[in-house]
Design a protein around this ligand. Structure first.
Ligand code: 0T9
Length: 419
């Protein structure tokens, strides 16, 4: 069936034509009303922590293999929220509001069962191209996730291909660091006006003496099923810290070591120590090769985000209104308030009028800055041209590009988040 309202067919097909003849920054193209989302991209980093119990479990896991697997389990469990939640909540993928430079989103997940408060601070650090920087922190657990996100889009045989720019770094206890890279997206279903995301290629988690390579595929690929992945976890010898690969002679023995319960006990090749998990990222996954330091887990469940599963979803509580004080006009829900209300209530005239007002004001600000020879100052982050942690950890899987920009959080939490 066709999800495009009859009255918007013309504007949808011209929108598709403009996408097809365009590459780079899709966010600035004007789309027909039925495909608009009332939510700005500055709210998206909340997806990283909508299952705070899994995030906090990382801190409780033993450094090394066990913690690396906790990071992988949390990461996989964020994918459903990151990439299918608009379909579930709004019927299809929608075009998010394109954040303005300096736009802010502050939110938190409250303390529960002694896990402590988890805070989220987001700032739009670039408008052209759009780049969003964020920090998610739980001081009680000693967890900090810092990252930034941008997109490079192209069009290929009816689909939008989105290459994600940026990465995230998770720090546990101040020094145990994990580099997280981001998958490629393919937006399908455009022709019928019901876009959805499929993940493609691969992404990595590197840290804790291990590396995870997560390969993604969809309908018509190796398994034929949507939202399929295969994660391969391998130890990184010589990385220091965490579980290192020990030759069999030095292994502790007793059935719990890397090799003792495997058929290849005499081999010290990396491949024999590999762990493999397969499944669908929006549902569940299973250990396919599960000889871990905790015993043999082959055949048992690895992650589960189906409704009613253990990994509960909790929406972030936004800090706004009175409390937002210092954010002023730049608080995302305040800035886009009229536009969002218009989109939700079908009053697209009001929505587009206010959207134009915001965009014109922004253009004027940039002109004024140029005339004055000044630049918009970032509030919470400092831009750097390279990221030493990305460079150091990325070498293990020969990441391309070999370095990336970095947005370093200045640590200047507003009082409302610090408490
Ligand atoms: C980081 C996420 C990202 C942002 C969005 C591609 C996209 C903008 C970026 C990558 C988050 O961690 C995860 C989820 C969804 C991604 C968005 C989906 C999407 O369609 C938009 C792009 C810019 C469009 O709006 C394309 C036009 C639209 C009509 C298709 C629905």
């Amino acid at each position: 069936g066709d999800a495009v309202p009859a009255s918007q067919r013309g504007s949808w097909s011209s929108f598709l034509k403009s996408i097809a003849s365009f590459s780079g920054d899709l966010s600035s193209l004007t789309a027909p009303p039925f495909i608009l989302s009332p939510v700005s991209l500055t709210e998206f980093p909340a997806y990283w922590c909508e299952r705070p119990d899994l995030f906090c479990a990382i801190a409780d896991a033993k450094e090394g293999e066990e913690r690396h697997l906790a990071v992988l389990q949390w990461f996989l469990s964020t994918l459903k929220d990151q990439y299918t939640s608009r379909n579930e909540e709004m019927g299809s993928e929608k075009k998010p509001l394109n954040p303005v430079l300096g736009e802010l989103f502050y939110a938190y997940w409250p303390d529960k069962n002694g896990r402590g408060k988890t805070t989220l601070l987001v700032e739009q650090v670039s408008h052209h191209p759009p780049i969003t920087a964020y920090v998610i922190e739980n001081k009680t657990k000693g967890l900090k996730l810092e990252g930034h996100n941008g997109q490079k889009t192209t069009f290929s045989s009816g689909s939008i291909i989105v290459k994600q720019i940026g990465h995230a770094i998770l720090t546990v206890g101040g020094s145990d660091q994990y580099l997280i890279t981001l998958p490629r997206l393919r937006i399908d279903g455009l022709w019928y006006g019901s876009p959805y995301i499929e993940l493609a290629d691969s992404s990595h988690i590197i840290g804790g003496g291990h590396t995870s390579t997560i390969e993604y595929s969809g309908k018509g690929y190796f398994s034929g099923k949507s939202h399929t992945f295969k994660a391969t976890v391998a130890p990184l010898p010589g990385m220091g810290g965490g579980n290192q690969l020990l030759p069999p002679a030095q292994s502790s023995g007793g059935g719990k070591g890397w090799f003792s319960s495997s058929k290849n006990a005499s081999s010290s090749s990396l491949a024999s120590a590999e762990l493999v998990i397969e499944g669908t990222w929006h549902e569940t996954s299973t250990w396919v090769k599960g000889v871990t330091s905790k015993g043999t887990l082959t055949g048992t469940k690895f992650h589960d985000v189906t409704p009613g599963s253990g990994a509960k979803k909790e929406d972030a509580i936004p800090v706004g209104g009175e409390e937002a004080g210092a954010m002023g006009e730049y608080e995302t829900r305040k800035l886009w308030g009229v536009v969002a209300k218009g989109i939700k209530e079908g009053d697209f005239e009001t929505a587009s009028k206010d959207k134009s007002r915001i965009e014109n004001e922004q253009r004027q600000k940039r002109k004024d800055e140029q005339a004055a020879g000044t630049e918009w100052p970032l509030k919470h982050f400092k831009h750097e041209d390279s990221d030493p942690v990305y460079e150091r950890l990325g070498k293990f899987v020969k990441l391309q590009p070999p370095t990336e920009d970095k947005y370093t959080f200045l640590g200047n939490y507003p009082a409302t988040l610090a408490a």
